[in-house]
Design a binder for this molecule. Structure first.
Ligand SMILES: Cc1cc2nc3c(=O)[nH]c(=O)nc-3n(C[C@H](O)[C@H](O)[C@H](O)COP(=O)(O)OP(=O)(O)OC[C@H]3O[C@@H](n4cnc5c(N)ncnc54)[C@H](O)[C@@H]3O)c2cc1C
Length: 500
């Protein structure tokens, strides 16, 4: 075998997955079609849950140093407020995708990940013991790689998805958007935030002194997927929508996107899995694509790592589809709604006004902010405690030494059994998994925790936290902990107990 896992694609999803797999002890090769990074950036921001997972791994500061926190988010251009009690990172971080990729690649390198450039996946064969991955020659070396698993993180037009025969059903585009990084010397304002006009809408956001990211959306014509995109098309589109080109000049980059929304019917076909845009594409409203891909990677990494190390059965991989497919489905759903809310026309004007008035209500705003920031996701793990299946809040821990908050328990991506009441019974159960699960005894600094999607709850007595930061088991305060449920959760996620 050349590696335990071959990852196709060195975008944000592939790089995050490579890091997670290395933390789980797997050997990884990332193969990338491009000869080198282009420096282009589609995404311009990351959200609360992604900031939390980077925080869990101890690398968040690198990202904060390269971006700027925004005080608000948005749903279809309508402002969504944040609440500092719900997350330690309640604000979106404006950071270009190129910087996110550079930082993830740097971290991956520190963890020993090899990226093979100019190496497009062109063929895949699966058998009982592994996958043979063929690499197109291109400017690279061609040849084949042998691994236990292949993960396609190769973007919306995924070759891996096609080769694995996985359907990609969804809705066709109804609009086209052009995007470019340009100079706009005649723009009379500092920035333009989603300005709707009869012919479409446009925005111009400064992301570097003198440089604007211009986006125009038009609804009368959807060009073919492979039609070329030019600076002149962007300029003409801005004139049609805004009535002027604001002196647009000096393009660094132009591209196109639509509101096509599609999702892989299965995230796994035997030894081939999909993550990120290879598994789901949608209108980029609310900036959720990169975030969802990174969070796919965090869900899959520890599971695939445990399987290749022989610590968990292959069936654990099915939980990846079961947990992440519904999350992707919800993102497609909310982005379809966002694209409907921005179209030109009197009916949409009215709908937008009604929707905007509803957003003033706390409950509406809260619902949207939880959804856009992926803070209220509850994986279907079963269990009675309201935290089970949800991401663990980053609560403060009261300890003289050691970690001062829950996030600090997860940098090595190992599961943690957090005992907040010093229960000898919980500690006794933990012994059965002492080689794989870290038992941590601490105290919660607060009696109550704020949990998006539920509200305030009493701090639990004990918690089993998976490496992705989701709660697999919890004991309510002042009740007998259900030790049988704890043993079941430990065995389900981390394999059988040690003998004796
Ligand atoms: C205008 C716009 C704005 C956006 N803004 C945001 C935002 O603010 N926040 C957000 O979260 N998301 C945003 N997105 C979405 C985001 O850009 C994508 O969701 C994200 O890039 C997906 O990452 P990925 O790694 O899954 O795929 P990609 O970034 O597409 O990476 C796939 C990689 O695979 C490589 N590849 C392709 N084929 C092969 C092959 N056969 N073999 C090997 N390698 C291959 C590609 O070269 C590429 O490097 C935006 C998108 C657009 C269009």
């Amino acid at each position: 075998m050349d590696a335990d896992v071959v990852i196709a694609g060195a975008g944000p999803t592939g790089l995050m997955l490579a890091c997670e797999l290395r933390l789980a002890g797997a050997e990884v090769v990332v193969v990338e079609r491009l000869a080198q990074r282009t420096g282009e950036s589609r995404a311009g921001g990351i959200h609360s849950r992604t900031l939390e997972v980077l925080d869990q791994r101890g690398v968040l500061d690198r990202f904060l140093a390269q971006g700027a926190l925004q005080p608000v988010g948005h749903f279809s251009g309508l402002y969504v407020d944040f609440d500092e009690s719900e997350s330690r990172h309640p604000y979106p971080l404006m950071i270009l995708q190129s910087a996110v990729e550079r930082l993830l690649e740097e971290w991956a390198g520190e963890l020993g990940v090899r990226v093979r450039w100019s190496s497009p996946v062109s063929g895949v064969r699966q058998d009982g013991s592994g996958v043979t991955v063929e690499l197109g020659a291109g400017a690279g070396h061609g040849g084949t790689l042998r691994a236990r698993y292949l993960v396609g993180c190769d973007g919306g037009r995924s070759t891996v998805r096609r080769l694995a025969g996985i359907d990609f059903p969804g809705t066709e585009p109804t609009m086209t958007a052009l995007i470019g990084d340009v100079e706009l010397p005649d723009l009379p304002e500092d920035y333009v935030w989603v300005r709707r006009r009869p012919a479409g809408d446009y925005s111009a956001i400064a992301f570097e002194p003198g440089w604007y990211r211009v986006i125009t959306s038009e609804y009368d014509r959807v060009p073919g997927r492979d039609e070329p995109v030019t600076f002149e098309q962007l300029r003409q589109s801005l004139i049609r929508v805004a009535g002027t080109d604001f002196g647009m000049r000096n393009p660094r980059w132009v591209s196109r996107f639509t509101d096509a929304a599609r999702q892989a019917a299965r995230y796994r076909s035997g030894r081939v899995l999909l993550a990120g845009d290879a598994a789901h594409i949608h209108f980029p409203a609310g900036g959720q694509g990169l975030n969802t891909g990174v969070q796919d990677a965090v869900n899959l990494g520890w599971k695939l790592g445990a399987v290749v190390r022989g610590q968990a059965p292959e069936s654990l991989l099915d939980s990846y589809h079961a947990e992440r497919h519904p999350v992707g489905e919800r993102v497609l759903h909310n982005t379809r709604a966002q694209s409907a809310l921005v179209r030109p026309g009197a009916q949409t004007d009215a709908l937008r006004e009604v929707f905007g008035a509803l957003m003033v209500f706390d409950d509406v705003n809260r619902h949207l902010r939880h959804m856009l920031n992926a803070l209220d996701i509850r994986y279907p793990l079963g269990g009675d405690h309201p935290l089970e299946g949800r991401r663990v809040p980053d609560a403060d821990l009261a300890a003289d030494d050691g970690p001062s908050r829950i996030c600090e328990l997860l940098p090595a991506a190992r599961p943690v059994l957090l005992d907040l009441r010093g229960s000898t019974e919980v500690a006794a159960v933990a012994k059965g998994w002492a080689d794989r699960v870290d038992l941590v005894e601490a105290r919660s600094a607060d009696e109550h925790w704020v949990v998006p999607g539920i509200g305030e709850i009493d701090a639990p007595d004990a918690l089993l936290v998976r490496p992705d930061g989701h709660v697999a088991w919890a004991a309510a305060p002042d009740c007998e902990p259900d030790l049988s449920a704890l043993r079941t959760a430990l065995a389900t996620w981390f394999g059988p107990a040690l003998r004796g």
